[in-house]
Design a protein around this ligand. Sequence first.
Ligand code: OFO
Length: 161
Amino acid sequence: MKKKIEDALNEQINKEFFSAYLYLSMSAYLEGESLPGAARWMEIQAKEEAEHAMKIYTHIHERGGRVYLKSLDGPEQTWKSPLSAFEDALKHEIFITESIHNLVTLATEEKDYATLNMLQWFVSEQVEEEANARENVEMFKRVEDHPQGLFMVDRALAQRE
Ligand code: OFO
């Protein structure tokens, strides 16, 4: 595996673990807001992000590369409302999509077809992640300032498997 690709994939591992950290921080915030369903949704999302990081980790090793774990930035600890936490989650997913697309461009330029193939999974996953994040934002927008509605949204989010 070319050094350029190895470095870029190592960067992405850091971003995926940061995503896990960010969503776990959002989960803790939502727990404190007495929204256990939303907190659970974010906790599951955090676990998925760690799995994303591990997919890239495995790919690097399978290709004879080397993983170098970098330090993680501290995520935000609090938000002004549950809606603003979910809006930040959507912004973050858009940022991650851009990062994946940049990796696709690099792998194409470097003719690294195995990495390109691995990244296709992430391209599809990001479509789903952004769609979910957008749906959540819309749900929270509709129930802003309606405690009863907020309760219903929390119950719906608790259903995530
Ligand atoms: Fe890893 O997909 Fe979200 O960030």
